[in-house]
Design a protein around this ligand. Structure first.
Ligand code: ZN
Ligand code: ZN
Ligand code: FE
Length: 763
């Protein structure tokens, strides 16, 4: 048989991840000639040889690609054979390399881990060991192309041994930009509370000693500093709470292994796989004994855990033989995570007792990602380190679009061609420090993705969101407002590669509606190109506005007045009993006269009210606490929920929970157990949503249902409503890689705005 030659183009994250050496070795093992080089959209390969060897090459190219490679697309075309022997790695052209994708940060790989603990290896116990298959990426890249001078490793000159590895195509460290060793690379340092360096031969041992004494140690990681304390030391955990000004919000915990974790929590196979996945997200798992590590997640049945992902984490846990370390983002309440050394020293003053730091600069901050295992698979609640900036592949090419996201849990999104790059988690833009960091990150992303000219800037309809102000102030491109819940629905459609008309059930906290009202319990018919609001949840008054969100008892009381008038039943609720007559009357008047009592359609508020009425939580310390604790109160599912009503007015369906609240109060009066009450309320939401979906299907013939919005972080609701809808024959779509909460809306905004722009151009 005559030899043939193929031109193969691999697109995706294929640069800086050991892809070329992999191709080199694969071609050689199959006796193929040709070459490989980095090209504009990825890696180009020319291979020549026997046809059957070429077939095997194509199969193995996909199946055996290096662990950090994300191949989005592979194409092949026959070209004339050249008959030249040998296979070469060609130098890349800089212009081409500019548009290649940046890889996310990766955990230490198995090979490096083995070397780390091998006394005969030259990187024995070296905290910055890495290779082409692992190590920092996104957080150290200043500019493209991804070459060492464009990373924060630029200041470290490679020693001869490292250089030999770096230049050898057959070495695991071939072109590993962060390659280093103890002789030439970054080093650990130990600083006191005032961020002054303290001389010591062994910074690691010094830090471990402090943790053992119950001190708070700031540890520099991949995307920022963590505050580390011994999670089994209750006093140390309490001190951390005081200093961080964080009363009850759970802390994330790092455990040495899933094996150790199993003494603390229930972990099934799927959860284990998630915890050990390359991104090492903080994973929510159920505690076995609620009392264990009580201070870490008080009043919470779940605990957020992760396993070590940097060599330094492995060394820290091994050296200290720690069973569990609190590893929480180094910040005060809602500030962004500290990641620059000087800044950390200032902002963590009064919090950290000592610092375990190093001289490899972090260029981009990235918090730990958070995932929750659900019935249909893991759902990302915070998409950040380990995932950013892996793109979501879209079904067509779009003009360059910048979408600015929401206000809370903000992310932004850049669309370039058929890729959507969602930023790392930014946080709450109301905080000046977060907003500043957001502006920097946008500029940096535009540079890193080589977007050039942005064609449209999408933002939320809410005029007071900081992101909307940014949209109004920028001069990059025309701004386009997108409705909040439409963006939620579109983000899920983009994630799941769906188009056309469908039913959207968007259960959310707060979002600005087209009519200026607060929406958030929405039933939409539509898709990426538009929507019709066909149903909603009967709104509840928020006496005191934002204050009612912090104090759900206000919403609960307003609902009691609406249902019972002045004749509120005597409920066994301490917050209700302790309320003075005057206070009660003031609130009643506020609602009656509509003074600072906006109406909210938000499903989150229904959960808040139910939580207060069930005596679970009447004031919150962190966002979503009341609803979350109501879910946690459930012990097992119930089949029968509280009754709900569905009304129709002028073609608009309304889901009314007043009957459910009334039945809940009756249960409280009769002393029904709290876990049952919590489950019955959840079940009412399942029943109500499923009935609405049924009515909408009857009227429209639509079969596909999309579940999005922050309320779908609730596993009971997601699993039970999902099962019900599937049982009714709906085609169901739920989030996985993109958060259902406001961390996901930037993607939806981007796609909606980009399509509107296209429609304008084509129309
Ligand atoms: Zn490695
Ligand atoms: Zn070296
Ligand atoms: Fe939302």
């Amino acid at each position: 048989m005559k030899n043939e030659r193929l031109l193969v183009k691999a697109e995706g994250i294929v640069q800086g991840v050991g892809f070329r050496p992999f191709v080199f070795n694969l071609a050689q093992s199959l006796g193929l000639s040709g070459h490989v080089f980095n090209h504009s959209r990825g890696v180009d390969v020319e291979v020549e040889g026997a046809p059957e060897a070429l077939v095997r090459f194509m199969t193995r190219l996909r199946e055996e690609a290096p662990p950090l490679a994300h191949i989005i697309r592979v194409t092949q075309e026959p070209i004339p054979a050249l008959g030249k022997p040998g296979f070469a790695i060609k130098h890349s052209d800089a212009a081409g390399a500019r548009t290649a994708l940046v890889a996310p940060d990766s955990d230490v790989c198995a090979d490096c881990l083995r070397e780390l603990f091998d006394p005969h290896d030259r990187r024995y116990l070296y905290p910055f060991i890495n290779c082409t298959n692992c190590g920092p990426r996104f957080t150290i890249i200043r500019d493209i192309p991804y070459d060492r001078p464009n990373t924060t490793m630029s200041g470290f000159a490679m020693c001869q041994s490292c250089r030999n590895e770096y230049e050898n195509p057959e070495d695991r460290r071939f072109h590993a930009q962060p390659v280093a060793c103890q002789a030439c690379g970054p080093r650990l340092a130990y600083h006191d509370a005032g961020f002054r360096p303290i001389k010591t031969n062994n910074p690691l041992a010094a830090a471990v000693e402090k943790i053992k004494q119950g001190m708070i140690v700031a540890v520099k990681g991949i995307g920022g500093y963590h505050l580390a304390v011994d999670a089994t030391n209750q006093k140390a955990v309490m001190r951390l709470r005081e200093r961080k000004r964080r009363d009850e919000k759970p802390f994330a915990v790092m455990v040495p292994s899933v094996k150790a974790l199993k003494m603390l929590a229930r972990v099934d196979e799927r959860e284990e796989a998630l915890i050990n996945s390359r991104a090492h997200p903080i994973t929510l798992v159920e505690k076995i004994k609620p009392g264990v590590l009580a201070g870490v997640s008080p009043g919470n049945r779940y605990i957020g855990v992760m396993t070590p992902y940097t060599p330094l984490h492995h060394l820290l846990l091994t050296e200290g033989l720690f069973f569990a370390l609190v590893m929480t983002s180094a910040n005060i309440s809602d500030d962004p995570i500290a990641y620059k050394d000087e800044d950390a020293g200032q902002r963590l003053a009064g919090i950290a007792d000592v610092y375990l730091t190093h001289d490899r600069e972090i260029f981009a901050r990235a918090d730990d990602s958070i995932e929750r295992p659900m019935g249909h698979g893991p759902v990302v609640l915070r998409r950040s380190r380990g995932y950013t900036p892996v793109p979501i592949l879209l079904d067509r090419e779009y003009p360059a679009t910048l979408a600015l996201g929401g206000e809370l849990k903000n992310t932004f999104c850049l669309v370039k061609g058929d890729r959507a790059f969602i930023s790392q988690h930014m946080g709450d833009l109301k905080y000046q420090s977060v907003y500043e960091s957001y502006q920097q990150a946008i500029a940096s992303f535009i540079k890193l993705m080589d977007v050039g000219e942005v064609a449209v800037v999408a933002h939320d309809m809410h005029p007071e969101y900081m992101s909307s102000r940014f949209a109004a102030d920028q001069a990059m491109a025309p701004a386009m407002a997108v409705q909040h819940h439409h963006a939620h629905m579109a983000s899920l459609m983009a994630e799941t590669h769906q188009d056309g008309d469908a039913i959207g059930i968007i259960f959310d906290g707060t979002g600005y509606g087209e009519d200026g009202a607060i929406w958030g319990g929405e039933f939409f018919v539509g898709g990426l190109d538009g929507y019709r609001r066909i149903g909603t949840v009967k709104p509840a008054p928020l006496p005191g506005g934002d204050k009612a969100i912090e104090e759900p008892w206000r919403i609960a009381l307003a609902i009691l007045f609406r249902i019972y008038g002045d004749d509120i039943p005597k409920l066994p609720l301490p917050w209700l009993e302790s309320l003075g007559t005057q206070e009660r009357e003031n609130l009643r008047l506020m609602v009656a006269k509509g003074l600072n009592s906006p109406l909210s359609h938000g499903m989150g508020r229904m959960f808040d009210a139910a939580s207060a009425l069930a005596g679970v939580r009447h004031k919150i310390n962190y966002e979503g606490q009341a609803a979350m604790e109501l879910e946690m109160a459930i012990e097992k599912p119930v089949e029968e929920g509280y009754p709900v009503g569905i009304e129709e007015d002028n073609g608009m369906l309304t889901l009314d929970f007043d009957k459910a609240f009334k039945a809940l109060c009756a249960d409280m009066v009769s002393g029904a157990p709290r876990p049952i009450i919590a489950a019955r309320f959840h079940q009412a939401v399942v029943d109500g949503a499923a009935s609405m979906a049924g009515i909408i299907r009857d009227r429209t013939g639509l079969q596909r249902v999309f579940l999005s919005g922050g309320v779908f972080q609730n596993r009971y609701l997601s699993d039970r409503l999902g099962a019900r809808l599937e049982g009714l024959g709906f085609a169901l779509f739920r989030h996985g890689r993109v958060p259902p909460n406001d961390g996901g809306i930037s993607l939806g905004q981007a796609v909606i705005a980009a399509r509107r722009l296209l429609a304008k151009k084509e129309g």
